[in-house]
Design a protein around this ligand. Structure first.
Ligand SMILES: [Fe+2]
Length: 291
């Protein structure tokens, strides 16, 4: 199974740009990239901050652009979203799931990997929350199918990233510990994916990999110092691909636009022989190929 993830789209009506990035244009490009991928992703997860200011006009632009996406799409809110408005637009566009909990969480059981969407937002806060009621919901959901490999998606990452000013609007320590306790009790959770930080980051808890997806628009600069300034950068708008195999997930980050692509297949040597050798296993000798 191949799961694509887009995050922090930040669609806005303000001069059609945020932080010097035309976020509508980068989302249109993301949709184009997703539609043309080979192999095709089985679905797309959009992990919050869909729009910049939570306005109706922004959601209209968002869903107009997303209409062009030819893949199943599952949506989560972020701290820049307005949950009530988003809920209305999800209804309008047929995205709201029947098993929706009181928050905008959801369970998708129609794929090889079970997808559990956890809403970490609170309408009055930029930082993330994971209150007892959502912990009980998640625990109940995970207990119902303990043997199915499961991916949990959320907006706020459930760990401190080291970028202090973003961690200040992360999930506070008590709620993080509550989330970790639930996930550790359910080892079928093979991956937790998040957004919010606008850059690619990963860490693990035991057998569970935790990953953060970059933004389809502007990125947060890497600044790990305690007195580091808050940096936004024009590092490449990107999405992530989570490939699930018998060995678990492999996550790749894919810039929307790649400045140079060179097909070197013909320079490597007898390409069919290389494929046969790969399938058979064994050493690749230096005098047999041009790697
Ligand atoms: Fe964001």
């Amino acid at each position: 199974m191949l799961i694509a993830q887009i995050s922090d789209l930040h669609i806005t009506t303000e001069d059609a740009s945020a932080w010097s990035v035309d976020t509508s244009a980068t989302l249109r490009r993301a949709v184009e990239v997703l539609n043309s991928m080979e192999p095709r992703p089985d679905c797309v997860l959009a992990t919050g901050d869909l729009v910049d200011n939570g306005t109706d006009a922004e959601y209209k632009i968002l869903f107009t652009i997303l209409e062009a996406l030819e893949l199943p799409l599952y949506i989560l809110p972020g701290n820049h979203d307005d949950a009530a408005l988003l809920r209305m637009h999800l209804h309008l566009h047929g995205y709201l799931r029947a098993d929706e909990a009181g928050h905008l969480g959801a369970v998708i059981d129609s794929h090889r990997v079970r997808l559990v969407l956890v809403d970490t937002t609170d309408a009055s806060r930029h930082d993330g929350v994971f209150p007892l009621a959502r912990a009980e919901w998640l625990d109940r959901v995970l207990r119902s199918q303990p043997d199915r490999p499961t991916l949990v998606a959320m907006h706020h990452p459930p760990f401190a990233t080291g970028i202090w000013w973003m961690d200040a609007i992360g999930i506070e320590a008590t709620d993080r510990a509550r989330f970790e306790a639930v996930v550790r009790a359910h080892p079928q959770v093979v991956q937790v994916v998040a957004g919010h930080i606008h850059r690619s980051i990963s860490r693990s808890w035991g057998s569970t990999m935790l990953t953060v997806c970059p933004s389809t628009a502007h990125q947060v600069g890497l600044s790990l110092g305690r007195d580091a300034p808050a940096l936004m950068t024009l590092e490449p708008p990107s999405l992530q691909l989570h490939l699930f195999t018998a060995d678990g997930f492999v996550t790749n980050t894919r810039p929307l636009d790649i400045p140079g692509v060179f097909d070197i297949s013909s320079r490597v040597g007898d390409w069919e022989a290389v494929k046969r050798r790969f399938e058979r296993g064994g050493p690749f000798k230096k005098n047999e190929s041009m790697f």
